[in-house]
Ligand binder design. Sequence first.
Ligand SMILES: CC(C)(COP(=O)(O)OP(=O)(O)OC[C@H]1O[C@@H](n2cnc3c(N)ncnc32)[C@H](O)[C@@H]1OP(=O)(O)O)[C@@H](O)C(=O)NCCC(=O)NCCS
Length: 311
Amino acid sequence: MDRRGLVQYVRAHGDGVVSSLGPDGAPQAAYLPIAATDRAELVFDARVTSRKIANLRRDPRVAVVAGGRDGTTLQCEGVADLPDGAERERCARAYLDAFPQFAASLSDDGVVLVRVRLTWARFGDYRPGVSSSGEVPLVAVRRVRADEWQLARDLRLDALRDEDAGIAFLETYEDAAAQPDTLYQDRASRAAEGDDVAQLVAVDGDTWIGSVTVLVQRAGSLDYHGLPVEHSRAVVVGVYVRSEHRGDGVVDRLLDEAARWSRDRGFDELALGVHQDNARAQGAYRRAGFVPSGITFTGSIGPELEMVRRL
Ligand SMILES: CC(C)(COP(=O)(O)OP(=O)(O)OC[C@H]1O[C@@H](n2cnc3c(N)ncnc32)[C@H](O)[C@@H]1OP(=O)(O)O)[C@@H](O)C(=O)NCCC(=O)NCCS
């Protein structure tokens, strides 16, 4: 089964068992109608006062099982959130396409819509004469490993050949391609461990499809524009998603992981600079919770604005 097959399976079954973690860490399960978005997120609704919502606010990890009755089953694990704005509308559309009869509950203030972004799924087929199970390839978001410097270099070089590279990255393709392997080896090993820099990559099966890098800028040092840093903070750079995966929510997952990494290191704000003409990147950042800080500056690629996300 692939990602598309997973979406079709959830839509065909339309329900499942959702497990969340109770206050003492013990699993709690509920049987629910479940929809799937085109991006293979699971969507369900719940009363805001329900124990599952209290659980998900405390710990967003969930496990979901769909199917079972016909001898096939889909086991999933993921991270839940309560989307708002345009994201809620998109998820609500998927939910109402599946369950038009629940339209009234979605406009009830006492009901919230839950989205689960999947991190792992396995399809099992145990019908008579068949016995097979296999992992469904999903996009995984994780930190780079030191030995992956060649993959990191390849993705970087592809990013620098993107048609928007001129308003996205400070480096040119020619400069990056001329750098020695040792630069990429060193960069990957620093980005793989420690608290100063983290490269986060989105991997679809074996293919790297996107990346962001978080840099910790310490007060008193110079930032990547050569300007003095006044207070320590976390900054996102090198945001890139391959064109065939744009609009799939990959950038949201990368930015969420960047936010989590930064929060875990005590930062309460994540900042980035974006070219004033890079409307698509600005749209993605706004959706991911970044707002303009009011600071604008002219860097080596031209006029940029700073955007920040509270953590
Ligand atoms: C920037 C990037 C990572 C964003 O990822 P993405 O998957 O393309 O982003 P999305 O499509 O999810 O979101 C883009 C948003 O801008 C909107 N948008 C798309 N093109 C737009 C345009 N030309 N003008 C204005 N808004 C636009 C989209 O509708 C979407 O907003 P919505 O969710 O409210 O509808 C990706 O486009 C990319 O890698 N670009 C090249 C490199 C780059 O520019 N990096 C950023 C450096 S700061």
